[in-house]
Design a protein around this ligand. Structure first.
Ligand code: PNS
Length: 163
């Protein structure tokens, strides 16, 4: 039986921290499906198409990974994809409350799907899409925190916003 995990998120944009979790996930699961879902609490900087393109490019050299989008409930998507688990990364303790709430809601909605949390590598503990966007917006150097294609996209985005 193939063990499949869904790695859901906004990916606005994908960071090296996300890639770290995907690599760790691939050490446990046969396949990881990286899926962009809507987070109703966030206003996205990049369009869905832009985020998809960045994810595809960033994962060119990854095996056993699929990239997808879905509009609706995460657990319905997981069921549709015959996934056994929802994969999420944990950085600092501050992530815990939000993740715990989501995991318990997801369990309530579909008991059979497990949430699996992986600890991010130490160097990504303070990396988040939001903090990277903020640094990039004001011309901060974000090299090494995101894949090269994302860095270029962020520079383009903020150049045209400022210009
Ligand atoms: O990267 P994020 O923004 O922390 O990811 C959050 C996300 C997209 C995984 C979450 O908002 C989500 O699962 N959205 C889809 C709707 C849903 O199923 N919500 C959780 C249970 S109510």
């Amino acid at each position: 039986m193939e063990h499949v995990a869904i790695y859901p998120g906004s990916f606005d944009p994908v960071t090296n921290g996300h890639l770290d979790i995907i690599e760790r996930g691939l050490a446990i699961f046969d396949k990881v499906i990286v899926t962009i879902l809507i987070n109703p609490n966030k206003q996205a900087l990049f369009t869905l198409e832009e985020r998809l393109e960045m994810l595809h490019k960033s994962m060119e050299n990854f095996k056993n990974v699929e990239v997808d989008t879905f509009s609706g409930l995460l657990v319905d998507y997981a069921q549709q994809k015959k996934a056994h688990a929802i994969l999420r990364g944990l950085r600092a303790v501050s992530d815990f409350e939000y993740e715990f709430q989501m995991a318990l809601m997801n369990r309530r909605l579909r008991r059979e799907i497990q949430s699996v949390f992986l600890m991010t590598g130490l160097r990504w503990i303070f990396t988040s899409s939001s903090i990277i966007k903020e640094a990039a917006r004001f011309g901060g150097d974000i090299s090494g925190m995101v894949p090269d294609c994302v860095k270029t996209k962020l520079e383009e985005k903020f150049l045209c916003k400022l210009g």
